[in-house]
Design a protein around this ligand. Sequence first.
Ligand SMILES: Cc1ncc(COP(=O)(O)O)c(C=O)c1O
Length: 399
Amino acid sequence: MDAVEITRRFETTAANTFKLSVHPPLFVKGEGAFLFTADGTPYLDLVGGSATSLLGHGHEGQKKAISKALDSGILHTGTRLPSPFRAEFYEALAKILPAHLTRIHLANSGAEAIETAIKVAMKKTKRRRIIAFSGGYHGRTLGALAITHSENLRHGYEPWSSPWVEFAPYAKIDHEAGISLAKLENRLKSKKFAAIVVEAIQGVSGVLGPSIKFLQGLEKLAKTYETLVILDEIWNGFGRSGEWFAFEKADLEPDLVTMGKGLSASLPLSAVAGREEILTSWTPGSHTSTFQGNPLSVAAAKATVETLVKEKLIVRAREVIEPLMKSALVGLKSRVIGAQAAIDMGSNSSSVELQNKAMDLQILVYGGGQNGDCVMLLPPLNIAEDVLENAILQLRKIM
Ligand SMILES: Cc1ncc(COP(=O)(O)O)c(C=O)c1O
């Protein structure tokens, strides 16, 4: 059996591997924006490890940093010991975090960061309820799933998903802000909530938002009702939105910020950054995870943060990639913010069809949207302009 067949034989059917195609390509090499099969066929990768690979594949700085950690011979020391790699990473991350976020809690996946933020919010406020929003996506573990809006995703796991969560309407544009905020305030008035969890831009749901009016109003209401704001930046953080964090577009000062994906842009790592008094409110050992702060992952993340600064890639996402994608997609029903584009295809089946047709053209594109009805383009922030432009031209021909 070859690798694809072995995978088909053993892998849980809950994984995505065969969701799109019965015969997905098998890649053996990655370089920049491209992945290569064993016979050297290049595929342009506009999926980037589910919006993770901000620096593309095989980035030299990242490889060097991971090799250095590897050469130390220490692949992990568990949660009870400090590590020089972790310390260096904390310093690098602290430099780019807003000044009020002074503590960091590391984890391994986005969903785990969400769980952590929810737990600490409950602990700190001594309240149990959480407000999340229509259209929001926060992951698949039970806690993260409970605040993810899609009923399709939550179906089958009741009643775990419901007792402590209430959903309020998300405002995608300023015009919707008034009514959304009124409904949010009604909920805040009716009960005491530990936190409001929100994405400044709903990324995988189809690049929706941001409504500055909604986000600023939400922050004000949270203050009034002494409820914490958890800003989910797992998708948008580290340049995907054209800023370090999408909430900067609305000048917010969230109490807790969850990050993942582009944080390391490669190896599994996520984090919650928070106010001093929140992330010091729990006792040592009260929330840990075996692989927390793995040396290879944090070394990769430090290199990512430093590369984003050195190569000015956040500005590039905003000033080069965003206008390029906007102009290349003109006339299509699409939304572009930073290095993310969502094209409305009208239905889930049309999106899947286009993803497959694009694969025939050796271009990998992602599926997104609240009902899976969007095709998404998620280029690395350092992609060559002509490569991206040409790919969109080719995609337009099959739409
Ligand atoms: C906004 C947001 N939050 C949380 C998650 C969950 O992250 P993970 O898949 O790493 O658990 C995602 C994943 O797409 C996301 O987009």
